[in-house]
Design a protein around this ligand. Structure first.
Ligand SMILES: *[C@@H]1O[C@H](CO)[C@@H](O)[C@H](O)[C@H]1NC(C)=O
Ligand SMILES: *[C@@H]1O[C@H](CO)[C@@H](O)[C@H](O)[C@H]1NC(C)=O
Ligand SMILES: *[C@@H]1O[C@H](CO)[C@@H](O)[C@H](O)[C@H]1NC(C)=O
Ligand SMILES: *[C@@H]1O[C@H](CO)[C@@H](O)[C@H](O)[C@H]1NC(C)=O
Ligand SMILES: *[C@@H]1O[C@H](CO)[C@@H](O)[C@H](O)[C@H]1NC(C)=O
Ligand SMILES: *[C@@H]1O[C@H](CO)[C@@H](O)[C@H](O)[C@H]1NC(C)=O
Ligand SMILES: *[C@@H]1O[C@H](CO)[C@@H](O)[C@H](O)[C@H]1NC(C)=O
Ligand SMILES: *[C@@H]1O[C@H](CO)[C@@H](O)[C@H](O)[C@H]1NC(C)=O
Ligand SMILES: CC(=O)N[C@H]1CO[C@H](CO)[C@@H](O)[C@@H]1O
Length: 369
């Protein structure tokens, strides 16, 4: 599993030898949102948040942030509706995963993996009513979304190693409504007395390469660009960053094993980086992924270098690790029975280097207007 090898070497280099501005470097822990047609689904079968020994493996090799996905329809079953009432069984399994990570000094990003939709995850990312769509009688309201976040953030307010990701990849809706939903969530979080870092997503699957565009993947043509709208977010704690995603295949979908060119990442970050710099905003690349081959490694490496050299970016998490992926081409989950390039991933010695020294930068980054 050469991807894991390269990834680990890169992390060690990044955290040990560079005077990097990157504070958080890690992986997505995907699995809690799996099995979207099975509600509520069975833990360990349809969904699972983390594999503890593998999280420990990442920590031992320098990872300091894990984005842990979950499904809104499991946290707030349809019979309860979106809001303050949770399925406490699901919540406590999720909390176990978050606690496992943060008790070890790492950071955990809370990620409702719902594309700004609620009530039918069966055909994600397209099914379900858009949160706050007032023309849809079945849609959860923006206020309910705020209540949901108020409850959730309240439960984690005393854990400084938690980061709140408002929503995974909103798309095909008005950018103005995304701002409204984001603001309701942020208000809910702050009203709960939770001051931790909040990641604010945008339209077009929150993709970095189209942050300043009015059309493109996941944007209804003629949409207001994220760059024209989302700067209006208001955080009384001034502790937020924009949540961005970037995949290095030709259509930015993260579904192809091939990459376009070694410079593809930086080229597609130029415009959004300019916007961040001009407005003094910060961003976190919470999903980045590419295939397991030489060109993709170069493309990944150049993208990480770009992030490192542009201080408005202060974190990233790779897509994806997680207990249920199996032979997924972007998987970096260790010890899975998958062979790539003749290297078996169940051999721990394949990962070179020693664990980096502690990264104790803490939650220092904030966005300024
Ligand atoms: C976690 O991963 C280890 C390999 O690192 C494996 O042996 C174990 O069965 C996994 N546990 C679960 C609960 O999936
Ligand atoms: C809550 O989650 C548990 C575990 O997945 C499940 O067994 C139970 O049926 C769920 N309850 C509701 C109301 O969805
Ligand atoms: C909002 O709901 C209406 C009525 O169901 C629907 O026609 C429209 O496409 C929805 N808007 C979005 C952005 O999903
Ligand atoms: C986004 O806009 C830029 C600048 O106009 C353009 O070069 C780029 O091709 C657009 N991207 C997409 C995916 O449409
Ligand atoms: C979302 O928008 C894209 C265009 O950006 C379009 O191709 C796609 O069909 C839309 N998806 C949905 C579910 O409307
Ligand atoms: C950004 O921050 C710098 C240094 O703190 C300051 O000089 C500059 O005026 C700020 N720019 C904007 C657009 O706020
Ligand atoms: C990554 O790129 C840097 C320069 O940008 C280079 O020094 C380093 O050798 C590259 N690492 C790998 C593993 O390709
Ligand atoms: C990392 O921090 C822990 C707890 O503060 C400490 O016990 C350990 O020695 C540190 N490790 C290094 C390599 O500094
Ligand atoms: C790029 C990628 O693999 N994205 C996947 C992330 O995981 C969700 C489900 O959790 C999939 O729907 C995406 O295709």
């Amino acid at each position: 599993m050469y991807l894991l090898f390269l990834f680990t070497v890169y992390l060690i280099t990044l955290l040990q030898f560079c005077k990097s501005k990157i504070i958080y470097a890690g992986v997505n822990e995907s699995g809690g949102e799996f099995g979207t047609t099975q509600l509520p689904g069975a833990f360990g079968v349809d969904y699972q948040f983390i594999n503890q020994s593998n999280v420990q493996y990442f920590i031992d090799h320098g990872v300091n942030v894990f984005r842990v996905t979950f499904l809104l329809e499991r946290m707030c079953p349809l019979s309860y509706g979106l809001g303050r009432k949770f399925n406490e069984t699901y919540f406590s399994l999720y909390q176990d995963a978050i606690d496992f990570i943060t008790e070890r000094g790492s950071y955990a990003i809370i990620d409702p993996h719902n594309y700004m939709r609620y009530n039918d995850p069966s055909m994600q990312p397209n099914s379900g009513s858009v949160i706050g769509n007032t023309s849809d009688p079945n849609a959860a309201t923006t206020e309910q979304f705020g209540d949901f976040w108020n409850e959730l953030a309240g439960r984690f307010r005393y854990n400084p190693n938690v980061i709140f990701g408002i929503m995974n990849e909103p798309h095909n809706m008005s950018t103005e409504l995304i701002l409204k939903d984001d603001q309701a969530a942020l208000d809910g979080i702050r009203d709960a007395g939770a001051g931790q870092l909040v990641l604010v997503p945008g339209n077009g699957y929150t993709n970095a390469e189209i942050w300043t565009n009015s059309s493109g993947n996941g944007l209804i043509p003629g949409s207001t660009p994220n760059s024209d709208v989302l700067g209006n977010i208001y955080d009384p704690f001034d502790n937020f960053a924009f949540d961005m995603h970037l995949y290095l295949d030709f259509d930015f979908s993260g579904t192809h094993n091939t990459c376009v060119s070694a410079d593809f990442g930086p080229q597609n970050l130029v415009l959004v980086t300019q916007w961040l710099e001009e407005n003094n905003f910060t961003a976190f690349l919470s999903e980045i992924g590419a295939g397991s081959n030489q060109l993709c490694f170069e493309a990944l490496n150049n993208t990480f270098s770009w992030l490192e050299n542009h201080q408005n970016f202060f974190g990233w998490s790779y897509w994806a690790a997680g207990p249920l992926w199996g032979d997924y081409f972007q998987s970096v989950e260790p010890y899975q029975p998958v062979k790539r390039f003749g290297i078996s991933s169940d051999n721990p010695t394949e990962v070179a280097g020693s664990p980096p020294s502690n990264n104790s930068a803490g939650i220092a980054a904030s966005s300024r207007h």
